[in-house]
Ligand binder design. Structure first.
Ligand code: NAD
Length: 396
């Protein structure tokens, strides 16, 4: 069939198999063009099919020559409905990893469940013996607790008072004002339960108990801080509370793993277009302005460049991962540079529908958004027939 993008708000309900494969190739080529990363050997990535988790899996496999297991929640094609982008991404990843002779497996299912944790542990035992790096990069709107059975939903809202700011519809380029009502205490609790550190901690406990975590193993989860203008909706809002919990979990896990020479970190990453970030109000407009400024200064990075720098510079670099010995890695350092933020804020104050293309990188935002689903990708003929049914090799 001919596969075209079908968007509904910030969601695209179709994905293009050849386009996703080309996007994977591009990320692999980038990593292969850089200096080899010295470690790790066997890696588990939880939330591995898109965004930062996918980039982590690619950096580990193609930058360090690591064997990888990717855990993710994606669906195959069904009739005329295409598979999700993460499915196509992972199929392309598996194929490329196999060609290089790397061991590589995909586990499709709910990372929050006990069943998927058990399946993963079994696979590690049989295929790798143990893992020396665990990346936790799950972004989800919901979580069912494996012990109590309670289902939590996460929301992105301010806390205490309503928050008003500019936002953008990136399809039309319309800039408008938006007001978001504050969250209830119950919404805060549920958001922490979904996006906080409990599940990460459960994974590390289960892996340790099963004896499949190598001595000296590292684990990393991802967070975001960002500028003042987004604080009320992000860092000081419901999601920020969850990220505080994640960061506290890193401190606890670092002590736990430290007994055997292991390490735990939260890496604070740059704001980028992913399926998760496009759902947050205000943030897409900020990202567009940030892209423009960082591109002009020649320091723009996408997920793969950020993660390559995280691995090569911080996690497996010559110096310590953090300058102050804490468990918080700041790979958002270029985004947060004073000159970058000053320029972004100058533009922010002037931004409106009439000047959005000039002051912000609306085109770049759109392109990245469509790229996430394998569209607007060079070298792909979108008028040609494409078979949506793609097999996912090495999957469980
Ligand atoms: P994403 O939506 O691109 O990726 C989320 C991944 O989680 C996908 O692989 C998806 O399949 C997987 N997933 C979701 N629910 C799952 C479940 N129940 N079981 C198994 N897998 C599941 O998101 P992203 O933007 O790459 O976010 C990853 C992490 O990076 C998050 O912690 C996010 O807060 C953080 N982060 C993102 C940004 C940004 O700007 N995008 C910036 C800094 C930090």
């Amino acid at each position: 069939m001919i596969i075209q993008p079908k968007t509904r708000g910030f969601i695209c309900t179709t994905a293009h198999p050849e386009g996703c494969a080309k996007q994977i190739e591009k990320q692999i080529k980038y990593v292969q063009s850089q200096k080899k990363i010295s470690g790790p050997a066997n890696v588990l990535v939880i939330g591995a099919s898109t965004g930062y988790g996918l980039a982590s899996r690619i950096a580990a496999a193609f930058g360090a020559g690591a064997n990888t297991i990717g855990v993710f929640f994606d669906r195959p094609a069904e009739g005329s409905r295409t598979a999700s982008a993460g499915w196509y991404n992972s199929a392309a990843f598996e194929e490329q990893a196999n060609q290089l002779g790397l061991k590589s497996f995909s586990i499709v299912g709910d990372a929050f469940s006990n069943g998927i944790k058990e399946k993963t542990i079994e696979l590690i035992k049989n295929e790798f013996k143990n893992v020396d790096l665990v990346i936790y990069s799950v972004a989800s709107p919901r979580r069912t607790h494996p012990v109590t059975g309670e289902t939590f939903s996460s929301v992105i809202k301010p806390i205490g008072t309503a928050y008003s700011n500019k936002t953008m519809n990136f399809h039309t380029g319309e800039v408008s004002d938006t007001t978001i009502e504050p969250a209830t205490e119950e919404e805060v609790r549920q958001t922490i339960a979904v996006m906080g550190g409990e599940d990460w901690s459960m994974w590390i406990d289960e892996l340790s108990k099963a004896g499949v975590l190598a001595d000296g193993a590292t684990t990393v989860a991802y967070s975001y801080i960002g500028p003042e203008v987004t604080h009320a909706i992000y860092r000081e809002g419901t999601i920020g509370k969850a990220k505080n919990d994640l960061e506290q979990t890193a401190i606890k896990l670092n002590e736990q793993l430290g007994a055997k020479g292991g390490r735990a970190f939260v890496s604070v990453n740059k704001a980028l277009v992913t399926q998760s970030s496009s759902a947050i109000p205000v943030v897409p407009l900020y990202i567009s302005a940030l892209y423009k400024v960082m591109k002009e200064k020649g320091i723009h990075e996408n997920c793969i460049e950020q993660i390559y720098r995280l691995f090569s510079d911080r996690l497996y670099g010559e110096g310590p991962a953090t300058a102050d010995g804490s468990t918080l890695i700041r790979i958002d350092d270029w985004e947060m540079r004073e000159d970058v933020q000053k320029e972004v804020m100058d533009r922010w104050n002037k931004l409106e529908t009439a000047n959005v293309s000039e002051l912000a990188d609306l085109e770049g935002y759109r392109e990245d958004f469509f790229n996430l689903f394998g569209f607007q990708t060079e070298g792909v003929d979108y008028d040609a027939e494409s078979d949506p049914a793609v097999e996912l090799p090495n999957s469980y």
